[in-house]
Design a protein around this ligand. Structure first.
Ligand SMILES: NC(=O)c1ccc[n+]([C@@H]2O[C@H](COP(=O)([O-])OP(=O)(O)OC[C@H]3O[C@@H](n4cnc5c(N)ncnc54)[C@H](OP(=O)(O)O)[C@@H]3O)[C@@H](O)[C@H]2O)c1
Length: 499
């Protein structure tokens, strides 16, 4: 087996940007702090802004100020941080970058292994790799050269295929790491573990026993500073095409014979190919609700998407989407998979809820019973809850629903939690791309969402777009879609729920 070299340079393009400041810097600092994990590595930030190394180190320490309590760690980390400004589209600047990388290897005695992390506007995912290759920074003669590419990977299947073809001209697939940070979340990984390690669930994970599945990603914040990007893309591209379909894949895939992440990736790809594709306006009307947040009736709440800075006052972009998918495999025949995501909702949470069928007839005189339900909370507090029935104390058989729950906050001996970005960057540094998304899976996801976007646009978005008050639970049309099959959103009704 090839020995993993724990030495090299991590080059972050878009170093002055939001993602770098909020997520990447804290993750990289944690990695560098652990010498055993990181070995000898340095960080080179790259953007257009003219910072000196000193300026950038100051920004880095600001980004860490509220996250790392031990100031010594920040000081040690910033000593390993450097900065280079370039114009991303000027070819000669890449020669400057190449010399800087070579110099850093000499002065800091790191091995010439380079991971390029692209955290820039997506239109630069063409030009940066191409220019790196032009100056030979794709060649792995002296050490590895890898690219981590942030979402979005294309804006539809065609553009994603074009981007892929473009990258593959200069790089091999093993050099490309398409990141979906949801795949690095502890509880997302846990979906596989819960399924695989518990015969209790493994044996009932199919349409004979499962009534419906809900995957909900609620955000209580609006578009904030991302309006420029968001208004062009909307919730379907921003959340469904990547994160939510990956979750759908993890919940519904057939478990591989062993938990080799490469086999898991293959199973996700396979199951996504079984998702029924929407063909026409009727399919969309029956199975998709798109909406936008608008002013609330509460006079204290002024937020409206169309009033956000950078958003057109007549924007038809969806900030909320709920979709009912079916998977055309024997295992999942007839089981609805509800996916929902929205901004400016009344709570922030990410959960997967599996509701089991209730095949048991209730005793005479007894109320209709709820269904057993498994709730996997991914955010904000990681927990697993199983709702089931037991007998009430006393004579007779009176059923009472109770919860068995496991709250990760309160469990000790579970090891140290690491952030999704920390885990994924570490994997990329180690050359392990099994938790990254393959080009074929990206294609499958676009194949599912492209028709939704196309049909809605063709038919005129105005005819489909609903509105919901900011900080509410979303549009009522989404509830209606579920109620037609006798379902309701788990996260909308206080427990216990009558499904
Ligand atoms: N922010 C998030 O939470 C998040 C989450 C998931 C994925 N992403 C993805 O990560 C990437 C970066 O997102 P971000 O939120 O960090 O973006 P951002 O705050 O706008 O930062 C963009 C970075 O790219 C540089 N840049 C270079 N050329 C640019 C140009 N022509 N226009 C604008 N900026 C340019 C900017 O700095 P200079 O002006 O100094 O060059 C800046 O460092 C995007 O592709 C986004 O979709 C972001």
């Amino acid at each position: 087996m090839q020995k993993i070299s724990k030495s090299g340079i991590l080059v972050v393009f878009g170093a002055s940007g939001d993602l770098t400041q909020r997520k990447l810097i804290p993750a990289i600092c944690s990695i560098f702090q652990n010498a055993e994990l990181s070995g000898n590595r340095v960080l080179l930030g790259v953007s257009r802004t003219r910072y000196t190394d000193q300026d950038f180190r100051y920004r880095v320490s600001q980004a860490l100020a509220n996250k790392v309590s031990d100031k010594k760690i920040i000081v040690q980390f910033t000593k390993k941080v450097y900065y280079q400004n370039i114009s991303f589209d000027r070819e000669e600047d890449y020669e400057v970058l190449k010399s800087r990388i070579e110099n850093l290897c000499k002065t800091t005695k790191v091995v010439s292994n380079v991971l390029f992390y692209l955290s820039t506007p997506p239109n630069l995912y063409y030009v940066i790799p191409e220019n790196l290759a032009r100056v030979g920074l794709n060649s792995e003669k002296e050490g590895y050269r890898r690219l981590v590419i942030e979402k979005p990977f294309g804006i539809d299947k065609k553009s994603s295929c074009n981007l892929n073809r473009h990258l593959l001209k200069d790089y091999s697939e093993s050099q490309i790491f398409r990141i979906d940070h949801y795949l690095g979340k502890e509880m997302v990984q846990n979906i596989i573990a819960i399924r695989a390690f518990n015969p209790l669930f493994a044996s009932v994970w199919n349409s004979n026993f499962i009534d419906n599945v809900q995957i909900c990603a609620n955000e209580s914040i609006g578009v904030g500073l991302r309006s420029g990007y968001y208004d062009q893309n909307g919730a379907i591209r921003d959340m469904v095409q990547n994160h939510l379909l990956q979750l759908l894949g993890l919940v519904s895939m057939e478990l591989p014979k062993n938990l080799d992440p490469n086999l898991i990736g293959l199973q996700i790809f396979k199951i996504l190919n079984g998702v029924r594709i929407f063909k026409n306006k009727e399919d969309i009307k029956n199975n998709v609700v798109v909406a936008q947040y608008s002013c609330s009736q509460n006079p204290n709440i002024k937020e409206s998407y169309r009033n956000e800075s950078g958003v057109s006052p007549s924007s038809l972009t969806e900030t909320y989407v709920a979709i009912r998918f079916f998977i055309d495999t024997v295992n999942w025949a007839g089981v609805p998979f509800y996916l929902k995501t929205g901004k400016c909702l009344d709570n922030s949470s990410l959960s997967v809820v599996v509701t089991f069928r209730n095949n048991i007839s209730t005793l005479p005189g007894q109320k209709k019973m709820n269904k057993n339900r498994l709730v996997i909370k991914i955010q904000p507090h990681e927990s697993i809850k199983l709702s089931f029935y037991t007998k009430k104390l006393g004579t007779g058989f009176v059923a009472k629903d109770v919860d068995l729950s496991c709250d990760y906050e309160n469990i000790i001996d579970f090891g140290k939690k690491i952030s999704p970005y920390q885990r994924l960057i570490l994997d990329a540094l180690d050359g392990n791309n099994s938790l990254f998304v393959s080009s074929s899976t990206v294609d499958s996801c676009w194949k599912i969402v492209d028709p939704i976007i196309e049909i809605i646009r063709k038919e005129n978005m105005k005819n489909f777009l609903h509105f919901y008050p900011a900080y509410s639970s979303g549009p009522k049309e989404s509830d209606t879609m579920l109620s037609k099959l006798g379902h309701s959103w788990y996260d909308k009704v206080s427990s216990p729920i009558q499904l």
